[in-house]
Write a protein that binds this ligand. Sequence first.
Ligand code: SF4
Length: 327
Amino acid sequence: MVIVDMVERLGGIAEGDTVTVRLVRAGDVAAVRNWCLRTGNTLLRADEAEAVVRRGRAPDPVAELAPHRRPGTRLWLYTNFDCNLACDYCCVRSSPQADRRALGVDRIARLAGEAPDAGVAELLLTGGEPFLLYDLDQIVATCTAALPTTLLTNGMLFRGRRLDLLRRLPRDRLRLQISVDSATPDRHDLHRGAGSWARALAGIRVALDEGFTVRVAATLVRADATEEAELRDFLDALGIARDDQILRPVAKRGFAADGVLTSVDTLVPEVTVTADGVYWHPVGADDADQLVTRDLFPLRSAVERVLEIFKTYRAGADAAARTFPCA
Ligand code: SF4
């Protein structure tokens, strides 16, 4: 029924316009996604209740990306999967109880060394919480020696030995990305744990005082325009440049019970390496459907494999768009 409803309504709108269809059964999202792929229409967004579909193909998402975000130019490295927090939407199920599954400094050094030849222009280190690793300074040094590097952290551990660790990190070619979800503690702490907002804020101030470039990323759970504007004003006042303010919705992966549905065939890839293999994207980088290969080396082969699969998806969608412009 959902397909019939969608076909009727898409037939009455212009190319580029959208319809929202109600989803009733468990398989409806997959049905809508497959139908869109076959017919050259575009599934823009879906959750368990509804799907938003654009009539016709969306503009080429890769052409719209800045050069530094094109597939293959960024390499994500999961340093570890354990974390001092257990956020209820964590896309890779990190927590204090999660197995560490560390990539380790030797493999990271090899990946960083191979990255420029594989076409990579930027490294991003993430977890879990990387500051749980006492050799993080070696890991970061080996990455920044190869390429500009961004290090993601919840910013809560900059005390004692870990503050010393932070101080040993290079300022050059390194940017810290710290998570803050709201302008006030309530929303952030609701999903990340009591007191976590205040400690993240303290971490941002320490990092800025220590001379690091800081980017702030917010995961938004049903935020409205007012909350987003409040958060932007708050980050402006903290001295975080607008280009360094990343606001994104929750993805329905890992611990998240709700959120934007992502799949390999609808997601522009960002090559991601974990201790377990090479994955399509950092969001859901421990889910089997995202696994591209267990072989981490040579990195160039893994990157080429991801780009080849992506090209196949794009070519298939383009062919469908030519054959079936609409329903
Ligand atoms: S979202 Fe980040 S801070 Fe929260 S549990 Fe996952 S890795 Fe840790």
